[in-house]
Design a protein around this ligand. Structure first.
Ligand code: GDD
Ligand code: MG
Length: 334
């Protein structure tokens, strides 16, 4: 089966990390997010994926030089301007000749990690005879997602992207994995910006061609500061198909340092009496003596006696010795 994987967003909410590394290539427990996503797709029968990109594919080519990721053959569709989600799907599907194959295909948002069994999603889709099926997942606060109301058969009655308070009572949201019939591509010409969430899905609902398949599987959108860190820590703590190396053997951790519920990448250095709790140190991060790093993701450098909590520290980020930072981005990249 062929898939379109959407990876062309700017990763704004994960700046400054995404200034040096595109969001799908950021590691989750020391493996690129995209590799983990691709492994799930491969398990569901995906053999080929076209990465839908808004910028040069070089970082992806460098990360997967043989154009194979988790056993899936990769090709690239590069937009010359952002086409938004449905524009991107229409463009990439045509670049990869998916429209000519006439087969059911899959689409995935590039920042989602889930234990959803994709083969089950596809079987459900085939049973509906509809043009499209989306995976649904329950969340506590749906305001940051596409909220979906269905009937008891799973037919989608309403799709509201990022609803304002009171607009809907549903807690089931769009999980970012879709199955499409090729006929749905007629709605996505791929030549101009078009939003699948705001235009194509509501149109499919009006035509009674959209179903939702709800599961309680593990699910997270790793594209926000807190959820990126949480996706890493969750993977350490739960059973999963994914192999995990929590602390790279190619890192240096002083004997008096404590590292709790955290991920440490290659070439990291953690100094004497430093504490790292619920955090992700990406490859090459350094945490000096007597500092504390809590609920944060660090690519750069944390000076001695600093306290960092809920922060994203980019590759050029320097936290000064003795600084106390909470919910900050270094360098400030908002
Ligand atoms: N190629 C391309 N071009 N990709 C894009 C573009 C574009 O112009 N804009 C966004 N993307 C990609 C992003 O890289 C990401 O993988 C995916 O489309 C979704 O964009 P996000 O920016 O992550 O959207 P979101 O998280 O706010 O909301 C989406 O995901 C939620 C689930 O995680 C929506 O689909 C919601 O309905 C959904 O609930
Ligand atoms: Mg997202």
């Amino acid at each position: 089966m062929h898939a379109v994987v959407l990876v062309g967003g700017f990763g704004t909410r994960l700046r400054p990390l995404t200034l040096s590394t595109p969001k799908p290539l950021l590691p989750i427990a020391n493996r690129p997010l995209l590799e983990r996503l691709m492994a799930s797709l491969a398990r569901g029968g995906v053999t080929h994926a076209v990465l839908s990109l808004g910028f040069k594919p070089e970082p992806f080519l460098n990360a997967f030089p043989s154009n194979v990721c988790a056993g899936v053959k990769l090709t690239y569709a590069v937009e010359d301007r952002p086409l938004d989600t449905a524009g991107a799907i229409g463009f990439a599907a045509r670049q990869a000749d998916i429209h000519k194959r006439g087969e059911t295909f899959l689409v995935a948002n590039g920042d989602v990690l889930t234990d959803l069994d994709i083969a089950d999603l596809i079987s459900f889709h085939k049973s509906t005879q509809a043009q499209a099926t989306i995976h649904l997942t329950p969340v506590e606060d749906p305001s940051q997602y596409g909220v979906v109301e269905t009937d008891s058969q799973g037919r989608v009655l309403r799709f509201v992207e990022k609803p304002s308070p009171g607009q809907t009572t549903s807690r089931n949201v769009n999980g970012g994995t879709y199955v499409f019939e090729v006929s749905a591509l007629d709605r996505m010409p791929g030549v101009a910006p078009l939003s699948i969430e705001r235009e194509t899905f509501p149109e499919l609902v009006r035509d009674r061609q959209l179903f939702g398949y709800a599961t309680n599987d593990y699910w997270i959108d790793a594209g926000r500061a807190d959820s990126y860190v949480r996706a890493n820590i969750d993977l350490l703590q739960r059973k999963s198909i994914h192999a995990v190396e929590a602390i790279s053997s190619e890192s240096f951790i002083a004997k008096s340092a404590t590292v709790t519920k955290s991920v440490v990448g290659r070439g990291c250095k953690i100094g004497e009496n430093a504490q790292v709790v619920g955090s992700v140190l990406l490859d090459g991060a350094t945490v000096e003596d007597n500092s504390a790093v809590v609920d944060s993701a660090v690519m750069g450098h944390v000076g001695s006696f600093a306290q960092v909590s809920g922060c994203l520290i980019g590759v050029d980020g320097e936290v000064r010795s003795g600084a106390v930072l909470r919910d900050a981005k270094v360098p400030d990249a908002s």
